[in-house]
Design a protein around this ligand. Structure first.
Ligand code: GDP
Ligand code: MG
Length: 177
């Protein structure tokens, strides 16, 4: 990483969405600290981090975008979704309302994003099991019905980071085929 002369064959965009305070920025920070270079850019209301992976002998730059607080004002614009090949749709397992809003976010995605976008539903804060208000089964069932991947994670404890990276690689590999 970090070699400015490195040739990039593809740039793939992935967006993080979901209600405020569900842990999107922490998830992004986990990617950055554990797996990603600190090649981050902050512009007005938008932030992304990147990591370059080698998949099938091609160098692929994954760009993960964060809404950077815009979700509070329902101001996520179509430019945010444009060109994204993947979306991480995040809710907080301790806040039922954040799960109840998932269909709205899905509708946003379906209105603004590419039809072939691959979506992963993420129930974050799995470390707070004693405060859980969204049963795993409910989310699993919903994901199955809507054709989404599903994972529960803890950005705090870094749980399921490997799975998330694996899914990211699957997305990217699909795009190369
Ligand atoms: P965002 O608004 O979706 O970007 O949410 P943030 O990433 O800013 O996180 C909101 C709050 O939840 C912060 O206080 C985080 O420290 C906390 N948080 C994020 N992820 C986790 C997690 O996995 N477990 C716990 N216990 N707290 C978390
Ligand atoms: Mg945030």
């Amino acid at each position: 990483y970090g070699d400015a002369s490195q040739k990039i064959d593809y740039v793939f965009k992935v967006v993080l969405i979901g209600d405020s305070a569900v842990g999107k920025s922490q998830i992004l920070a986990r990617f950055a600290r554990n797996e990603f270079s600190l090649d981050s850019k902050a512009t007005i209301g938008v932030e992304f981090q990147t990591r370059t992976l080698v998949i099938q002998h091609k160098s692929v730059k994954a760009q993960i975008w964060d809404t950077a607080g815009q979700e509070r004002y329902r101001a996520v614009t179509s430019a945010y979704y444009r060109g994204a090949v993947g979306a991480m749709l995040v809710y907080d397992i301790t806040k039922r309302q954040t799960f109840d809003h998932i269909p709205r976010w899905l509708e946003e995605l379906r209105n603004h994003a590419d039809k072939n976008i691959v979506i992963i539903l993420i129930g974050n804060k799995s470390d707070l099991e004693d405060q859980r208000s969204v049963p795993t089964e409910d989310a699993k069932e919903f994901a199955q019905k809507e054709g989404l991947f599903f994972l529960e994670t803890s950005a705090l404890e870094s749980t399921n980071m490997k799975n998330r990276m694996g899914i990211l690689e699957i997305w990217l590999e699909r795009r190369l085929l």
